[in-house]
Design a protein around this ligand. Structure first.
Ligand code: SF4
Length: 292
């Protein structure tokens, strides 16, 4: 087990891990797992601890978007997490002064139109704390989109209550971005949580990660995309594993990723077909894998 990023899962995630071997791989290290001590990758490939950090708790890698660190907690510690080496060191925005300085940064950069409320998982905060972040940015005229980035729909769907969904719908600027990686994760509870948001006009989109043993065949990926579409969740991106230290056992070969994309593209319509991309340090956009 990794000492730097301990296994943790809330009761719902532990139950789902008992029911699904594909989900279990994301929750627990394999018994014979040895931490990849020197796999040549960085714990911080995107410079979140230095050049991407613009003020306390605010990261910016692209001109029109900023990311706010709202929490360093999640409902489970996904073994493939990009921020697995950072969450313990994260600058989490807590005080009014810290939030005000993030709002000031956005206000003084008119090109920013999209704010990602991330972490960690923002829905580990209570409703009032979530809405403090949402409202602080949604009230700015320059902001078109406030993204609530949460895996709770998959890892703890009971957290999405009617009351929270109503609050999130109020500004008409919130988009919920979530992560499902295999069809087993689309449980009744997960679909109910998504419906609470979608029925109130909050779009729900899914960013999946291509993971060895979880979704690295055309059939498994297609099953995921169909399950998402049936739940009215828009499949948005499928990411190659980020170049992050310690997740090598999940990496899928680029040629295989292209085969999976092709398999899906030949069997499902464009509405349900996500972009297969890699997030590369220094790139100006998410890079489609067919360009690699
Ligand atoms: S929910 Fe997201 S931030 Fe949290 S451990 Fe999983 S991948 Fe990382």
């Amino acid at each position: 087990m990794s000492s730097e990023f301990p296994e943790y899962a809330c009761p719902y995630s532990r139950l789902l891990a008992e029911a699904s071997t594909k989900f279990r791989l994301q929750v627990y290290d394999l018994e014979d797992f040895v931490e990849e001590a020197d796999d040549g990758y960085s714990v911080d490939p995107f410079g979140e601890l230095d050049h991407a950090s613009k003020c306390y708790g605010l990261k910016q890698r692209f001109p029109d978007r900023v990311l706010i660190m709202t929490s360093d907690k999640c409902f489970m510690n996904c073994r493939h997490c990009t921020r697995r080496g950072l969450l313990g060191k994260a600058q989490v925005v807590k005080s009014e002064a810290e939030l005000a300085s993030c709002v000031d940064y956005v206000s003084s950069h008119a090109e920013v139109r999209d704010v990602l409320l991330s972490g960690g998982d923002i829905l580990t905060l209570n409703d009032e704390e979530v809405m403090r972040f949402v409202d602080a940015f949604a009230r700015l005229d320059q902001i078109d989109i406030v993204r609530v980035c949460t895996r709770a729909l998959c890892t703890n769907p009971g957290r999405v209550t009617d009351k929270l969904a109503e609050a999130l719908a109020r500004s008409k600027k919130v988009w919920v971005n979530t992560q499902f990686n295999c069809a087993d994760e689309l449980t009744i509870e997960a679909k109910t949580a998504a419906a609470k948001l979608i029925d109130r006009g909050v779009p729900v989109s899914c960013q999946s990660v291509l993971l060895k043993g979880v979704n690295d065949t055309g059939e498994e990926m297609l099953a995921l995309l169909r399950a998402l579409s049936a739940a009215r969740i828009r499949p948005y991106y499928v990411f190659q594993c980020d170049p992050v230290k310690g997740i090598g056992r999940f990496r899928v070969d680029l040629e295989k990723a292209k085969e999976i994309e092709c398999y899906c593209a030949e069997r499902i319509g464009g509405l349900a077909l996500p972009k297969f991309v890699a997030d590369l340090p220094g790139a100006k956009r998410k890079t489609p894998i067919e360009l690699l």
